[in-house]
Design a protein around this ligand. Structure first.
Ligand SMILES: Nc1ncnc2c1ncn2[C@@H]1O[C@H](COP(=O)(O)OP(=O)(O)OP(=O)(O)O)[C@@H](O)[C@H]1O
Length: 263
């Protein structure tokens, strides 16, 4: 049981956005998708999350093509955090998180407990009663993450395998919150959820991901473990920039350093 995309190609107008991509995420792992601007990361994300349906190839969720699932069944298996959520109603932060529980029928008290707990996990409990519209960019991002966490909070009687798909989940966050959120994503993956995160920061990917998929010009450039992916020649091919990779003094993970010189 996994989320598997096979031979995905995506043509919009006369532009090939994705070309013969194979991608999979399995329960229990965190996969980072990285690559330069315009590489196709968000396009792949939109295929994986059904925002785009007009692609060639197949996407299978837990053994069945998307077309074979009802939308409500998909919502019980997959939480999606897009780059921006255009919510314009004056809901409180807490009410926004409760929206994540709509696909479920676990009862009002349980849903409320989960929503509060999810807000705690993203350090936003103190914002519960604030109007969502009044929140800062980073606060909104954390509340939206709490909403998708609430959505895939626990196994349902029918669906044990769940997935969390995050498009640049740290883009609006300060340094401590970047680590806090990715720590949560990692913990959730260790609890058995398959997590996909588009990340620009290679060092965050190194710290938290189990695997890295590198995209370039709509194709998978490289895929592998942190150690095999974060090699200077590969990074230089991907981003056209000179880098050194050293060992992080605390975690021992690869640490990518660049002085900004083009290769
Ligand atoms: N709807 C569309 N119609 C035509 N071209 C598109 C469309 N969406 C994206 N593109 C183009 O496809 C390419 C890939 O875009 P995509 O948003 O997937 O890149 P990305 O890797 O997510 O980039 P970034 O890091 O800048 O967010 C870009 O060149 C973009 O201009």
């Amino acid at each position: 049981m996994s989320l598997i995309a096979k031979n995905i190609s995506l043509l919009i107008g006369n532009k090939m956005l994705l070309e013969d991509i194979n991608f999979a995420v399995h329960p229990g792992e965190l996969v980072a998708i990285v690559g330069p601007n315009g590489a196709g990361k968000s396009s792949l994300f939109k295929v994986l999350t059904r925002e785009y349906a007009f692609f060639n190839g197949t996407v299978e969720l837990n053994g069945r093509a998307y077309t074979e699932w009802e939308p409500e069944q998909i919502a019980l298996q997959m939480g999606v955090l897009p780059q921006s959520s255009g919510l314009n109603f004056p809901f409180s932060a807490y009410e926004v998180v409760l929206l994540g529980r709509l696909p479920h029928s676990s009862g009002r008290i349980r849903d409320q407990e989960i929503a509060l707990h999810a807000l705690q996990l993203v350090d936003a409990e103190h914002l519960s009663n604030a109007s969502y519209l009044s929140l800062s960019g980073g606060e909104k991002q954390r509340v939206q993450l709490a909403r998708v966490l609430a959505q895939i909070w626990e196994e349902t009687p029918v669906f044990a395998e769940r997935y969390l798909l995050l498009d640049e989940p740290t883009s609006a966050l300060d340094l401590p919150h970047q680590h806090m959120i990715l720590n949560q994503a990692k913990t959730i993956s260790q609890q058995g959820v398959g997590v996909v995160a588009i990340l620009h920061d290679l060092n965050l990917a190194a710290e938290y991901a189990d695997r890295i998929v590198m995209l370039k010009e709509g194709k998978v450039h490289t895929e592998g473990t942190i150690e095999t992916s974060l090699q200077p020649p590969l990074i230089e091919q991907l981003f056209d920039i000179k880098v050194d990779v050293i060992k992080h003094p605390q975690s021992g993970k690869p640490l990518v350093i660049s002085s900004g010189h083009y290769s």
